[in-house]
Structures are given as C-alpha cells and as structure tokens.
Design a protein around this ligand. Structure first.
Ligand code: NAD
Length: 428
C-alpha cells in the first residue's frame, strides 16, 4: 500500500517498479557491453539521497508535514541536474530511479552534467498558490546545503513550473544574501531563464521523431496520426510541434482521461476547455477515452508524455503504432520493450527522446554563468544539433551491437560515463 502524503515512508531504494525496471535495463546493457563490474557496482546506487520533512502552514492555519527528497545519483561528469516533481506518488525509490535516468540522459547526449532528481509527495492540484509557495520555499531551504550552481541544479518536472523555479531561486538567494539565478533552470526569462526552455522537451521529442522518420524512411505529413498521453508541459508542446510539422494529433489525455477524434483535434479549443473546466472529461471535441485506452488507439506515432510504467507486458501486444517517442521518463517496462521490439515497433527511448529539456537547461546554465544570452533561434539550432547527433550515435550502437534502441541508448551513455569514471579513479 502507498503511504499517505503526510507519512514518512520506509527509506528503501528498491521498492518502486521504476527502480526495478531502470536497474534491470542498466544491468542488461552492462552485460551486453561487458561493462567493468566495478563501474556497474558503483552505478547501482546513488551517490547521495536526502530525505527532508517539509512542514507547511496551510491556508486554514494548520500545519501539515510533507516528505521531500533530493537524490544525486552520479556527479562524475559535472554538477548534478534533474527536475523537481510534486505528485502524490513521489517516493525515495522512484526519485532514485529518475535520478539514475538523468545520469544516463546527460551522458548519452554529451552534457557535462551528472544526474539528480527531487520532489515532494503532495497533490499540487489540491493546494493553493500560497500553500505551494510555502511548500517550495521550505523544501528549498531544507535541501539548500546540497544544491547550487556548481553542485546540483534543479529544474521543473511533473507538477512544477517556472514559478516554482522562481521561488526556489529566490529562497536560495535570500539565504546566501544575493541573487544566484544559476541555482535552478527553467526560470522565467526576467530572472535569467533561457529563450526556448519552456517548450524544449516537447520540441526535442519532435526533433528526435524527425530523425527517426528519416532513418525509417517515413514521410511526416498529414497522413500520420499521432496519439499523445499527457497534456502538460511536455505533451502539450510536443503535440503543437507535431501539428506544426504537418502531422495530425488524433488523441491526447490528461490525468482524467483523453479525447479521441480521428479527423484530428483542435488543441487550442481543448486547452481552453481544460482551463475552464479543470479537466478534459466532457470536451465536445471528440470521444472520451481512458488513459489505458488511449495507448491502444490506431496511430502511426505514440508519444507517452505523462508518468512511468504505462506500457507494460499487459498492454504492449495491443499497441498499434509504428514509432514510440518517449516524452515521459520510464513509460515502458523492460518486458514491454521486448514485446514491442518483436512487433517491430521502433522506440526512441526516454533518455534520448526527452533530453531536449535538460539540454536547454544546460544552455540556460551556460548562458547564466557567462551572463550572455542567446536568441531563440540559436537555442533551437544548438538543440537540433545535440538531439540529432545523440539519435545517430544511439542508432549506430544499435546497428553495431545488434541490440534494441533502449539497450543501445544505455550502452552509448555508459561507454562515455565509464571512461570518465575510469579516468577519475576510485576515491580514496
Ligand atoms: P506536467 O505536470 O506539466 O504534466 C503531466 C501530465 O500528465 C498532465 O497532463 C497530467 O494531467 C498527466 N498525468 C498526471 N498523472 C497522470 C496519470 N496517473 N495518468 C495519466 N496522466 C497523468 O509534467 P511534464 O513536465 O509535462 O512531465 C511529463 C513527463 O515528462 C514526466 O514523466 C516527466 O518526468 C517527463 N519529462 C519532463 C521534462 C520537463 O522539462 N518538464 C523533461 C524531461 C522529461
């Protein structure tokens, strides 16, 4: 049973499905590439995991204590980087798995950064803006000794946004005594954010899709139907860019379920409906589908962009698309991967497909340190170069070792990371 959001959970790393799945994939890749067993042993566990209690005065003046985490998995390549998640399912084990994915993601796309993840177990949709501000500020204060521009740089994830980052930056800066914008990325432009960061993950998903289509010799035009799970920062921006390149978004969902219309959706109308009604349910734009049904709809491209463990051995055989572009972290289990591979479904794995977010976060960090800001065009061009280069390197590994794209992405990442770890040596 999941602990309630106000309870301390058993501090174990291995509980979650995502942790089991991620470590399984990691060991599988390690075996395929004959990874040095000492490196494998070291990467099994995070470098550091911080658990904090976050007491918050709610609007009714009572105090509730939430549980927060920041896990730094590996910092060989540079400061740790990873999002902050506010969601009722946040726990130590899932946060650790997500931190591990960040290590592999930064390495596979070639960023000089390590991997981290953090979050607070809470339901942000049930909290007021003032409560969220107090939660964010206290959480930041509790982890402030462990973050910083040269140590660990948080960013937005599920349930957090540029406002959350602005509060984090301000709290950290108040403690130090002067402005330190580079402590977080995904900030508003006015306090040192980068142009192009808000939609970078969705844009990166589409850049990866364009490379995949080229590789598979598929024309991306109005005959291509796309299904997107998740209508948040990643799902919404990916869907809009998919339309921009000429494909048709036929279904999209949020936590309440989704809307399907095989003639194509009107995303503006849907966004307005969600804004007015707080949910997609009831939208007249198409037929209602559940979050389980949406994954099995007939389409050419499926973009899971919500939460993990959505495509499993239970539904993988019913997935009908040709390409999966993983906007979400860990949406597909190891068992499902094998089924999809046998069905010739081409997967662009999460650590490649959704790396646009951390890549532009890296750009934001670099621009902040230099105090020299780039145009949006320059940001997008640099993003394109990094995404297409990473995609090609992973395909090359897949062809060279005759492995699936997921294994290839881990191997490409681990090759670079393990060389760096060997150069640095083992301390003491
Ligand atoms: P978000 O909070 O902006 O949106 C999340 C979406 O998922 C919302 O539409 C929400 O309604 C939906 N959702 C929540 N719980 C769900 C459930 N149980 N079933 C179905 N849908 C559910 O978050 P986001 O930033 O768009 O993140 C989405 C995914 O992308 C996450 O897996 C995140 O880790 C990953 N990701 C985000 C970024 C980023 O820059 N934001 C970068 C890389 C990866």
């Amino acid at each position: 049973m999941k602990p309630s959001q106000h309870e301390l959970t058993k501090s174990e790393w291995e509980n979650s499905e995502l942790f089991k799945n991620t470590t399984h994939l990691f060991h599988h890749a390690a075996r395929k590439m004959n990874l040095d067993p000492n490196i494998e042993e070291r990467l099994k566990w995070p470098k550091r995991a911080i658990v904090v209690s976050v007491p918050v005065r709610l609007d009714d003046l009572t105090i509730k204590t939430f549980i927060g985490y920041r896990v730094q998995h590996n910092m060989t390549l540079g400061p740790a980087k990873g999002g902050i998640r506010y969601h009722p399912d946040v726990d130590l084990s899932e946060t650790t798995a997500l931190a591990m994915l960040m290590t592999f993601k930064c390495s596979v796309v070639g960023l000089p950064l390590g991997g981290a993840k953090g979050g607070v177990r809470c339901d942000p949709t049930a909290m007021s803006r003032n409560e969220l501000q107090r939660l964010t500020r206290r959480y930041t204060s509790e982890i402030s000794n462990f973050i910083g521009p040269t140590k660990d740089v948080p960013a937005p994830d599920i349930g957090t946004d540029q406002q959350t980052m602005a509060w984090m930056m301000d709290t950290y800066s108040q403690e130090v005594g002067f402005a330190i914008p580079d402590v977080v990325t995904g900030k508003p432009i006015e306090i040192g954010g980068s142009l192009g960061r808000t939609d970078a993950t969705g844009r990166g998903v589409v850049y990866a899709l364009m490379e995949a289509a080229k590789y598979l010799d598929i024309a991306l035009d109005e005959n291509i139907n796309v299904v997107v799970q998740g209508f948040g920062k990643v799902g919404n921006s990916a869907a809009r860019k998919i339309e921009k390149i000429g494909c048709k978004v036929v279904a999209i969902s949020d936590v309440s379920g989704g809307i399907y219309n095989k003639k194509g959706l009107n995303l503006d109308a849907l966004e307005k409906y969600v804004k007015d009604n707080g949910t997609m349910k009831g939208s007249p734009d198409g037929d209602f589908v559940t979050n389980e049904e949406i994954l099995e709809l007939p389409c050419h491209i499926l973009v899971p962009a919500a939460i993990s463990n959505q495509i499993t051995e239970k539904n993988a055989s019913r997935i009908q698309c040709k390409i999966i572009a993983e906007g979400a972290n860990g949406p597909t289990t190891f068992e499902a991967d094998q089924i999809l591979h046998d069905k010739n479904v081409f997967t662009i794995p999460d650590i490649v497909a959704n790396a646009g977010g951390v890549t532009v976060s890296y750009f934001e960090w670099v621009q902040g340190i230099q105090k020299l800001f780039w145009s949006e065009k320059e940001v997008n061009n640099r993003l394109w170069n990094i995404m297409s280069d990473a995609f090609r390197r992973v395909v090359q590994t897949a062809e060279e070792l005759k492995v699936d794209m997921r294994t290839a992405s881990y191997i490409t990442s681990l090759r670079k990371l393990s060389r760096a770890m060997l150069w640095r040596g083992f301390f003491p």
